[in-house]
Design a protein around this ligand. Structure first.
Ligand code: 13P
Ligand code: 13P
Ligand code: MG
Ligand code: MG
Length: 367
């Protein structure tokens, strides 16, 4: 059975500040999706949050980029924004960059990850959602899951994975894409995806069967808006077991926290901390950045689950390490490498400050 799994998300207002979502907003989104269910357009749905981001997880048979699906997702965000305004939540409607819907929410502010699949006998999927970070944050985890044998032993010892995976990488500045075959092209791949603010892993495919293995949201809010309006807070869908890594191999990258961009005012590097949905409440310096992972088994499109995968106690040490890394980074205050490098600051206060002070800069005479 052909099935589409869509995850569409937006920050439509934070409670309190940018730290969490208000339960009434989640309630409203659930009511809206209940109504959509009556129309028969959806097979199933699940509403959740990651920090201040509202997440709509949906299964249907309309294919990827369906105008119907995107339209009602947009309408739900608009509806929830109205409620956010009533509650005077912080940054109500933050990620809705326009008033007018035009066929697809991509480019309008919300983040989107969708995959059309042939549902397997047991269709295990993990949906990762992050807050206080940007779209390239999945580059390293996806590399580890699908190309690093020290992370995924299945690449070495499972015949179904031994052929390797193909990485579809987007250059979000030049709007170009390229596919890399692993393992033979991992050095070339890493030259690019090691710069995750520009080169973002959009999707991963099984090389023998061509099946889609993972897809991520690559939308970059600051590039769409041309200024800082909050971070992308991306999502990523990963299929598990069979021709894909095991669930534990997919979760493993998050056991070793690394630095990602985001955090306070979207302008800092900080550790990505794996947490439960309940603990996705960035607090210290509006962070540190969080990642949650919900696991589902799909049954003819029904979302059986979720299990809150990163809530597990085996991630306690990672949380501890992330807190220690956060302490170390905070010590730098307004200095790099805590604060983002200049190129990334072009969407923040830098242009205004530069403009204000331009006339005070004078030439240094040559010696
Ligand atoms: P089970 O034997 O429990 O299915 O586990 C197989 C496996 O591959 C675990 O990674
Ligand atoms: P969000 O992108 O999660 O809204 O965070 C914005 C921010 O500025 C946090 O300090
Ligand atoms: Mg926010
Ligand atoms: Mg957010």
């Amino acid at each position: 059975m052909k099935l589409t799994l869509s995850v569409i998300k937006a920050d439509i207002g934070g409670f309190v500040g940018h730290s969490d979502s208000h339960p009434e907003i989640l309630g409203r989104a659930n009511e809206c999706l209940d109504k959509v269910m009556e129309s028969g357009l959806l097979i199933d749905y699940y509403v959740t949050k990651c920090g201040d981001d509202l997440q709509l997880i949906m299964t249907h048979q309309q294919g990827e980029g369906s105008e119907y699906i995107h339209k009602f997702a947009w309408d739900i965000f608009v509806d929830c924004t109205a409620l956010a305004k009533e509650l005077k939540l912080h940054g109500a409607g933050q990620d809705l960059l326009t008033d007018a819907f035009s066929g697809n929410v991509k480019g309008l502010g919300p983040g989107v990850a969708e995959m059309e699949i042939e549902e397997r006998e047991a269709e295990t999927v993990i949906i990762f959602m992050a807050d206080k970070t940007s779209s390239g944050a999945w580059n390293m985890p996806l590399y580890k899951m699908f190309a690093d044998p020290f992370n995924t032993i299945g690449l070495v010892i499972a015949p179904s994975l031994h052929c390797g995976f193909a990485f579809d990488v987007h250059d979000v500045k030049e709007h170009k894409r390229i596919t890399f075959n692993t393992p033979e092209e991992i050095y070339d791949l890493l030259v690019f995806i090691g710069a995750p603010s520009r080169y973002i892993v959009n999707a991963v495919y099984h090389r023998d069967t061509g099946e889609i293995a993972a897809v991520s949201s690559t939308q970059r809010l600051s590039m769409i808006a041309g200024r800082y309006v909050g971070k992308d807070d991306p999502v990523c869908i990963v299929r598990a077991q069979g021709n894909f890594p095991a669930v534990g191999e997919i979760l493993e990258p998050f056991a070793s926290p690394v630095l990602v961009e985001g955090w306070m005012r979207g302008s800092h590097n900080g550790p990505l901390m794996p947490v439960s949905v309940e603990d996705s409440t960035p607090a210290r310096f509006d962070g540190p950045p969080r990642v949650i992972g919900l696991g589902f088994q799909l049954a003819n499109g029904r979302l059986v689950g979720p299990r809150d995968m990163l809530a597990d106690i085996s991630f306690n040490l990672a949380r501890q390490q992330a807190n220690e890394m956060a302490d170390m980074m905070r010590r730098h205050g307004p200095f790099e490498p805590h604060r983002l490098p200049l190129e990334e600051m072009e969407y923040t206060t830098m242009p205004d400050v530069m403009e204000k002070l331009r006339h005070r800069f004078t030439d240094i005479p040559a010696d």
